[in-house]
Design a protein around this ligand. Sequence first.
Ligand SMILES: [Zn+2]
Length: 114
Amino acid sequence: MITLSQLTPHLARGWQTRTNSAGSVALTFDDGPDPETTPLLLKMLDDAGLKATMFVVGQKCRKQGSLLREVYAAGHSIACHGYVHTRHGFRGKAFLERSIRQSSFLLDEFGVKI
Ligand SMILES: [Zn+2]
């Protein structure tokens, strides 16, 4: 059995936030789709009968379109992590708008709704 800490060590630290739904847990994963980790993650989630939200990076989606489609077809939610993987908090408004717009157009090209 593969554990989250084996898949990506920093995932084991986890993050917590409050939700309005008692007894529920939201799983989110960043930085994909990645050909090395995403297939393993999909298998783990499928084995556990869980769905997650995947914050994808536009540049990676362009290279890993079939993997992006596989994630979406498996019923996971897709969310935008920007077109490039960088600290968006230090960028200007124009950069942020372009990054989100580029990612949105790309996801549309792949038939993925966010
Ligand atoms: Zn990230």
